[in-house]
Design a protein around this ligand. Structure first.
Ligand code: SAH
Length: 257
């Protein structure tokens, strides 16, 4: 029976074979990899990956799709975790000694930011992540200081990952087509993130970017004095989008050393 795409689950199924091939090439799976896919849907990517992998894990929220997947694949090839990826404990996936998790997915765009933040807490267990996301979101993730789209997502994720936009995918590659362009992002956890308390950095960055047209001194008024801002290596009359990751980390460390 044909599966009818559910909007509330952010379902846009990839059907372009060329795009599927390009994503698989970018992921470059090896047989023994500990791979987990978020939102496998009708298994377009899963199928490709299982041509090489001996086994993989998937996390899927839609129970109809879970039932299909369990029927279509033997358990020794595919382990299906039925549930919400936002709540899934990725540390429960068994990983052979000396290996780390590889996470992939054509993500539901409606939950992409919270999912990226949820995954960040597992970064030390992860080798790499390859995701299809809304192109605008990927552009924000990889943006450098000075860019119009540099903001909270850029700082918080660049603190933990090296990231690159690999290629853009047009709406026609999906059924049904989304209203926006998509892009594939590669995320590799940095080995030694600048030492800093995550929630404090998050609080600083959120306050800094809450009024991005103001100068940083005014954005951070009440949290930091001008002297502290200067001590963090920041020009107080710069806009928040001109301030780099290391400076935001320096600010956070002033609040919570
Ligand atoms: N990977 C497939 C499907 C992409 S559509 C493809 O490329 O064709 C997004 C998928 O994520 C759907 O299967 C949807 O049911 C699933 N999904 C949506 N929200 C989810 C969540 N919170 N946790 C896990 N899966 C979710």
């Amino acid at each position: 029976m044909k599966h009818v795409a559910r909007k509330r689950f952010g379902q846009n199924f990839l059907h372009d074979q060329h795009v599927l091939g390009s994503i698989t090439d970018a992921i470059d799976p090896a047989p023994g990899d500990a791979m987990v896919e978020i939102g496998p849907g009708l298994a377009a990517m899963t199928d490709q990956l299982l041509r090489t992998l001996t086994h993989m894990h998937v996390v899927e929220l839609d129970r109809d799709l879970v039932a299909r997947l369990e029927k279509a694949y033997p358990r020794n090839k595919l382990t299906v975790h039925s549930g919400d990826a936002l709540k899934f404990d990725f540390s429960t996936i068994p990983v052979p000694a000396g290996q780390k998790l590889r996470i992939v997915g054509n993500l539901p765009y409606n939950i992409s930011s919270p999912l990226l933040f949820h995954l960040a807490s597992f970064a030390p267990l992860v080798q790499d992540q390859h995701f299809m996301l809304q192109k605008e979101v990927v552009e924000r993730m990889v943006a450098e200081p000075g860019s119009k789209v540099y903001g909270r997502l850029s700082v918080m994720l660049q603190w933990r990952y090296d990231m690159s936009l690999l290629f853009v995918v047009p709406p026609e590659a999906f059924d049904p087509p989304p209203r926006v362009d998509s892009a594939i992002v590669r995320m590799i956890p940095v080995a030694n993130p600048l030492p800093c308390d995550g929630p404090t950095l998050e609080a600083v960055v959120q306050k800094a970017f809450s009024q991005r047209r103001k100068v940083i001194r005014n954005c951070l008024a009440g949290m930091f004095t001008e002297e502290q801002i200067v001590a963090a290596g920041i020009n107080p009359t710069d806009r928040p989008e001109a301030v780099g990751l290391a400076q935001y980390v320096a600010l956070a460390n002033l609040l919570k050393p």
